[in-house]
Design a protein. Structure first.
Length: 515
């Protein structure tokens, strides 16, 4: 019923009164994880497992706690061992495959999702999961077939409708516009489902050239999505302003501007700017592993900040966001870097280097350099209007809440632009900027510059990035399988009238929106 405080109180009574009741501790662990307290969840599940023999669901729950705690290296071997002998129950298969997906072990996840669909062939969710794994692995034809089957079994699965729209070939004839409009007319009670249908219509209508109707549906979808978000844009703007203050030039003495090379290569910037393309180019190199969008750096940073806040020197019981921001400048940077490398050590898969492609790491560029002075940092940028339009028309699952309102999007873009200018100022020569338009215009030249910055020898195979068998789960997973194209350059001009408020906001701040 969502009454989590009452549930927690009852759980404490249960474990306190019956400390030898294993199920009580298992329930306590489930509740703690739902309350975003993985440390407590881990302690509770460990207590449960000492009281009764291990069961597959409990071991999988413990693995979930480990992933939440960033213990990816430790849990990886355990999950691979479990996947070699798949569980007998469909619920366990789904849980195991989900964990494998989180760790980007997509081949193993695919095999377990396939097992789940065989155990329960009438459940559309299994085909949705199967198609999602195939999408990540680049088997787009098979993914389309399984996504269609998921919809056939459950026409109310709006996640599947949205994914089907994304998977199709982007041309004027391969579309589901009629079916999607029928869904709208029939009435969709769930707001998130209606949003997905509206975004799907916008995408498919854009591909038919019906830009006016496309933007009409996009605007409706974005407004509905924003309506159901509790987002305060001022908080993000304040954060970026404070980061500029905290990580001023004085934080980076000349001797900190080293040119060494450590395993991670950070690819960052705003979403939809070409970060996945850059990651795939780098990942095609024999010495580099594309590791995907890792949350390890912000997670280890927040863990270190919490420890510092609760230390004897500070003793801040409930630190505010301002407190947390201030403490980032007082961290033990070497310790933070070591913790990050420890948490990501399995990501390289035996390669000398790996790519961490979390766009929002642009917030922590200065901190990344202080913690990992030998790491290479790649900033990908794009024409301001193409960038903003691409963000606006993308339905993100759990990130980028600034993207659903043009005014808020403009404000965020300007703050991002100012922060990146700051990082380039205090870290001269440390950040290699890739301009998306230049990359698609001359792939080889820009790729050579990219590899040179990373101290990597040239390899011709980097130009055939679309042939890479490595999985990818980003919003660009479908596009990068289609090779290089430049049809997205200047696309915002099809909507110049509708995007005029954004043009005016950026132009007033001195941004050149026309080139």
């Amino acid at each position: 019923q969502g009454k989590l405080k009452e549930a927690q109180s009852a759980s404490r009574q249960l474990t306190g009164t019956y400390p030898d009741y294993a199920h009580g501790w298992y329930t306590a662990s489930l509740l703690a994880l739902r309350l975003k307290n993985p440390e407590t969840a881990m302690a509770a599940i460990d207590r449960a497992l000492t009281l009764r023999p291990a069961t597959t669901p409990w071991l999988l729950h413990r693995a979930t706690c480990m992933v939440q705690l960033g213990q990816d290296s430790e849990v990886r071997g355990m999950l691979l061992k479990m996947s070699a002998s798949p569980p007998q129950h469909v619920e366990d298969c789904s849980a195991l495959a989900g964990l494998l997906s989180q760790l980007e072990l997509m081949n193993e996840a695919y095999a377990i999702y396939l097992r789940a669909s065989e155990l329960e062939p009438g459940n559309g969710t299994h085909y949705f999961n199967l198609a999602t794994a195939q999408r990540s692995l680049g088997d787009l034809g098979a993914a389309r077939g399984n996504m269609a089957k998921a919809i056939q079994l459950d026409p109310g699965d709006y996640d599947a409708w949205y994914a089907q729209s994304e998977l199709r070939d982007p041309n004027a004839t391969d579309n589901h516009i009629g079916a999607l409009e029928n869904l709208l007319r029939s009435g969709i009670k769930k707001p998130s489902g209606k949003v997905q249908v509206l975004y799907s219509l916008a995408r498919e209508l854009e591909d038919t050239g019906n830009t006016e109707k496309s933007f009409h549906y996009l605007q409706q979808g974005a407004a509905l999505r924003r309506q159901h978000l509790s987002y305060q844009p001022e908080s993000d703007l304040h954060t970026m302003a404070r980061l500029r203050e905290i990580f001023s030039a004085g934080m980076f003495p000349d001797d900190s501007l080293v040119t060494g090379h450590s395993p991670p290569i950070f690819v960052l910037g705003l979403p939809r700017t070409g970060t996945t393309l850059v990651e795939r180019i780098l990942g095609a190199h024999s010495k580099v592993q594309a590791a995907g969008e890792l949350n390890d750096f912000p997670r280890e940073m927040m863990r270190a900040v919490r420890e510092l806040a609760h230390s004897a020197d500070n003793a801040i019981t409930t630190p505010s966001k301002n407190d947390m921001l201030a403490l980032t400048g007082r961290l033990n940077f070497q310790k933070l870097g070591d913790a990050y490398l420890q948490s990501t050590r399995a990501r390289a898969h035996g390669c000398a280097h790996f790519v961490d492609k979390l766009p929002l790491n642009f917030l922590y560029t200065g901190l990344i350099h202080l913690a990992l002075p030998g790491a290479k940092i790649i900033h990908v940028q794009r024409n301001p209007m193409d960038c903003c339009y691409a963000i606006y028309k993308t339905l993100f699952r759990d990130a980028y809440p600034f993207s659903y309102n043009l005014q808020e999007l403009g404000d965020y873009y300007l703050a991002y632009r100012e922060l990146m200018a700051h990082w380039n100022s205090v870290l001269p020569g440390m950040i290699h900027t890739v301009q998306y338009e230049e990359l698609v215009a001359d792939l080889e030249l820009q790729s050579r510059h990219l590899l040179s910055h990373c101290n990597l020898p040239w390899e011709q195979q980097c130009l055939a990035f679309e042939k890479s068998q490595a999985s990818t789960s980003t919003a660009s997973a479908v596009q990068v399988r289609r090779g290089l194209y430049n049809s997205s350059v200047g696309k915002w001009r099809h909507y110049e009238g509708q995007l005029q408020p954004l043009v005016e906001k950026l132009s007033a701040a001195g941004v050149n929106t026309q080139d």
